[in-house]
Design a protein around this ligand. Structure first.
Ligand code: 13P
Length: 253
């Protein structure tokens, strides 16, 4: 059974400071760990998953032990001579529960294929993390009406490892159209609903997130869309007031 959580994931990417981390976490932690949304949805919680740069993880956990922390990537291998990379095992040891895998910026700038992403997702699960696996089409795919076909391939290939080797392990899928990331453009509500209904048929029990220029002004329209279980937020998660309004839209205030 799909749980009734609403997930608000902040992906700071390679941004933020130690001081901003303290500001954010002090402001939001109490409201987002166990807060019930409405009497009608008494089992619904808003879970804030905070994904700062790796260098801030340990400090964040030390000061705020109840926080849901996420990494932004992990290596497909458990350990080894991979200078500059981070393993799922080390993330776990820093108090991390989640890890973003296959973000389009990793796919684009680090040439990550679906096959690598499938390996990373397996390793994350083996090390006790919950992967947040990202998929999304390019603007060209979108214009040509290829969105569902592209997502279907990405999903099948990126989940192949989990499906072959691991059953019943929890994971999350985030739909982030590449053309909507950091551009101020969002998919239309109809597009999001169409994609999420398509994903839900394949993944009945998996939390499904939307990401791509989510802001204070559109979160309230996106979160109630059927089969949207939360949002993955980049730029707006670095601004206290903007992020507060997104949490408000999710019912955390
Ligand atoms: P923006 O919210 O800045 O568009 O970034 C979205 C994203 O990439 C989250 O992972």
């Amino acid at each position: 059974m799909l749980n009734q959580n609403t997930y608000i994931v902040s992906n700071w990417k390679m941004n933020g400071t130690n001081a901003l981390m303290h500001d954010m976490v002090k402001t939001f932690i109490e409201k987002t760990v166990t807060k019930k949304v409405t009497p009608e949805s008494a089992h619904t919680n808003v879970s804030w998953i905070f994904c700062p740069p790796a260098s801030l993880l340990t400090e964040t956990k030390r000061h705020y032990p109840t926080i849901n922390l996420g990494g932004q990537d992990c290596h497909p291998k458990r350990a080894g001579a991979f200078t500059g990379d981070i393993s799922a095992l080390l993330l776990k040891e820093s108090g991390v529960y989640y890890v973003i895998i296959g973000h389009s910026e990793r796919r684009q700038h680090h040439n990550e294929s679906n096959a690598i992403i499938a390996e990373k997702a397996c390793m994350a699960i083996e090390c006790g993390l919950i992967p947040i696996i990202c998929i999304g089409e390019s603007e060209e795919n979108y214009i040509k009406g290829q969105t569902l076909a592209v997502l279907n391939d990405q999903l099948t290939e990126s989940l192949s490892g989990i499906r072959q080797h691991i059953t019943q392990a929890p994971f999350i899928v985030a739909y982030e159209p590449i053309w909507a990331i950091g551009t101020g453009k969002t998919a239309t509500l109809t597009d999001i609903e169409k994609v999420h209904s398509f994903l839900r048929k394949q993944l009945p029990d998996t939390p499904l997130l939307y990401g791509g220029s989510v802001t204070a002004s559109n979160a309230g329209d996106i979160l109630p869309i059927p089969h949207v279980n939360g949002v993955l937020v980049g730029d707006a998660s670095l601004k206290v007031d903007e992020f507060k309004a997104i949490l408000e839209a999710a019912g955390a205030y």
